[in-house]
Design a binder for this molecule. Structure first.
Ligand SMILES: Nc1ncnc2c1ncn2[C@@H]1O[C@H](COP(=O)(O)OP(=O)(O)OP(=O)(O)O)[C@@H](O)[C@H]1O
Ligand SMILES: [Mg+2]
Length: 397
């Protein structure tokens, strides 16, 4: 039950502010020190440095699991490169293709960083991709710019739209001359390379750099540095940092998870009116961050996958493939959507298993072959809550 307003304020008065600079733990904050990434920083800087005497560096691809510092390193180095450039010919542009979400908006964002003539601006919609690309290339050429283009979460762009635009960028050479165009691609999905046209891959990946996950000790040191900026002195005991690092390192050393946990734990501590960020705050934060992750995963599922999950939730004690499929067909009929074949549903079950949302373990039925034992791994309340946001499913809930 929610606290009464007065209770909330009473507690806030009793306690004190634990943060001195909460922004230092926000996702947008770029620290000016990135411990344990010195070698990556140096390599990226070395690869890009020819830009400072007017030649074109190799294109570059940064790889590594989520939260390993790719975005932070790329942004830091590109920012410094820009600051060092006396010629003022270097233009740097950072776009996260997942956030800009469409091919068109990604290109429009790139165009924003270029000096486009009045009649060559990019409107919100309406031009063909080819026209927008021409305008981008022409602007680089006409103003003899060297564009250093960072395409973050580039796998999103490629998986959603294919690699045509990327191909154009890797072949831009003559189109932009006497200007220059250098690409820095970032991805946390190693498989995306398989989707690329080999010509695109060889050009984009002229140089490749892998970011390893952080060790728990490294995470602890990173957290300690961030905590000193973010919190008042004496507010975060070592034991708290240790637990936070251990939890964030439990899958792979993910600095984002570590920083998120610490921020949420600090917020919990302030709300509870206590004087320190305790290990208990970290545990509570971990539950919340974890359930947010699951909710986000659920929200982004296609409708058929949601329906399969919903079907599984109707069997609190678990079920097998055959019974699940029959129930699924019934629900699909009630929704008025086409039921997939049993094979496709099996495929979806395997995907949901990989996401940790349900368990689909193969069991042998002796001579009658094999089936899967299926069991939901998440709370059906949470499932109901998130699925009810989907208007298509409302009638079943
Ligand atoms: N060496 C480091 N020192 C301090 N903070 C770091 C370090 N590495 C990463 N961080 C912080 O951890 C968070 C995640 O880092 P970053 O965004 O660079 O990860 P990423 O590799 O781009 O992950 P993703 O693939 O999910 O985009 C950021 O808040 C970043 O500031
Ligand atoms: Mg990133």
């Amino acid at each position: 039950l929610p606290d009464s307003i007065d209770e909330i304020f009473q507690r806030a008065k009793k306690g004190r502010a634990l943060f001195q600079n909460r922004d230092a733990l926000s996702p947008e904050f770029i620290p000016d020190q990135l411990p344990f990434r010195e070698s990556q920083i140096r390599q990226v800087a070395q690869i890009l440095s020819p830009a400072l005497h007017g030649s074109k560096p190799s294109n570059l691809l940064l790889y590594g699991k989520t939260g390993t510092g790719k975005t932070a390193v790329a942004r830091l180095v590109v920012e410094r490169l820009h600051a060092q450039d006396a010629s003022k010919e270097i233009v740097t542009c950072y776009v996260n293709t997942r956030i800009s979400s469409t091919e068109y908006r990604t290109l429009a964002k790139i165009a924003e960083s270029l000096p486009l003539e009045k009649d060559k601006q990019i409107p919100g919609t309406g031009l063909s991709i080819g026209t927008v690309l021409d305008r981008v290339f022409n602007a680089i050429k006409a103003s003899k710019i060297h564009l250093i283009l960072v395409l973050d979460e580039i796998d999103y762009l490629v998986n959603t739209y294919g690699d045509d635009v990327l191909y154009q960028f890797t072949r831009a050479g003559e189109h932009v001359e006497p200007g220059l165009l250098t690409l820095v691609g970032i991805s946390n999905d190693l498989k995306f390379k398989d989707e690329l046209d080999p010509r695109v891959l060889s050009s984009l990946g002229e140089e490749e750099l892998v970011f390893p996950p952080y060790t728990t000790d490294e995470l602890r040191a990173i957290l300690a540095t961030r905590a000193t900026i973010a919190f008042k002195t004496g507010v975060v005991p070592d034991a708290t940092l240790n637990l936070c690092a251990a939890l964030a390192g439990s899958e792979h050393g993910d600095a984002r998870r570590a920083v998120d946990l610490l921020r949420v734990a600090g917020e919990i501590g302030e709300r509870e009116g206590i004087h320190q960020v305790t290990e208990d705050c970290i545990r509570k934060a971990s539950e919340r961050v974890e359930s947010n992750r699951i909710e986000d995963a659920l929200r982004s599922l296609p409708i058929q996958n949601k329906l399969v999950l919903l079907t599984a939730s109707r069997f609190p004690d678990g079920t097998n493939t055959g019974d699940l499929y029959m129930a699924y067909e019934g629900l699909a009929r009630r929704l008025g959507i086409e039921a997939l074949t049993q094979r496709r549903v099996s495929g979806i079950l395997a995907e949901l298993d990989l996401l940790g949302l349900l368990e689909a373990a193969v069991v042998s039925k002796g001579r009658r072959g094999r089936t899967k034992r299926i069991r939901l791994l998440i709370h059906s309340d949470m499932l109901g809550k998130v699925l009810s946001e989907d208007s298509q499913l409302l009638s079943l809930l």
